[in-house]
Design a protein around this ligand. Structure first.
Ligand SMILES: [Ca+2]
Length: 145
């Protein structure tokens, strides 16, 4: 009797753990999208998108240490470490020139990692084909604010 009830409880625990792992995996895979393409229309819904050139244009970096564009549906505290490849950390630090907020929240962009330094705030659904010159090529982190 005791053994049977214990097995049932373990089975329920395993099922709950499987559900949790699947939930985490699907939210993680949707969090960041890289090299989304040119143009405002390439920004997925509910994401914040950043491009290294004005007018929502991608750029290919010669050393391939940076992404050509980035879309994210989460806060990003260090744009220099969005991913890794064989060459090391890969991100899109200090190059952003155009941004698009495809979310219903305001978004703040920052000069430094972890939301420090100068702050540039844009409203829900705003498109900025060129960010102000004082933050151009300086964005290192961003969050909903
Ligand atoms: Ca730039």
């Amino acid at each position: 009797m005791f053994a049977k009830s214990r097995t049932t409880r373990l089975g329920l625990c395993a099922a709950a753990a499987t559900t949790l792992v699947m939930t985490l995996a699907s939210s993680a895979s949707a969090a960041n999208v890289f090299n989304i393409g040119h143009g405002a229309g390439s920004c997925p819904d509910n994401h914040v998108c950043l491009w290294p050139e004005g007018n929502f244009i991608e750029r290919s970096f010669a050393n391939d240490h940076k992404y050509s564009s980035v879309a994210s549906n989460q806060n990003v505290g260090d744009m220099g470490k969005l991913g890794r490849d064989s060459a090391g950390d890969k991100g899109m630090q200090d190059v952003t020139s155009s941004v698009l907020n495809n979310t219903g929240s305001a978004v703040c962009f920052y000069e430094h990692n972890n939301y420090g330094g100068m702050e540039f705030r844009i409203g829900p659904r705003e498109h900025w084909p060129s960010v102000p010159s004082w933050i151009n090529d300086k964005i290192s982190s961003f969050k909903r604010c």
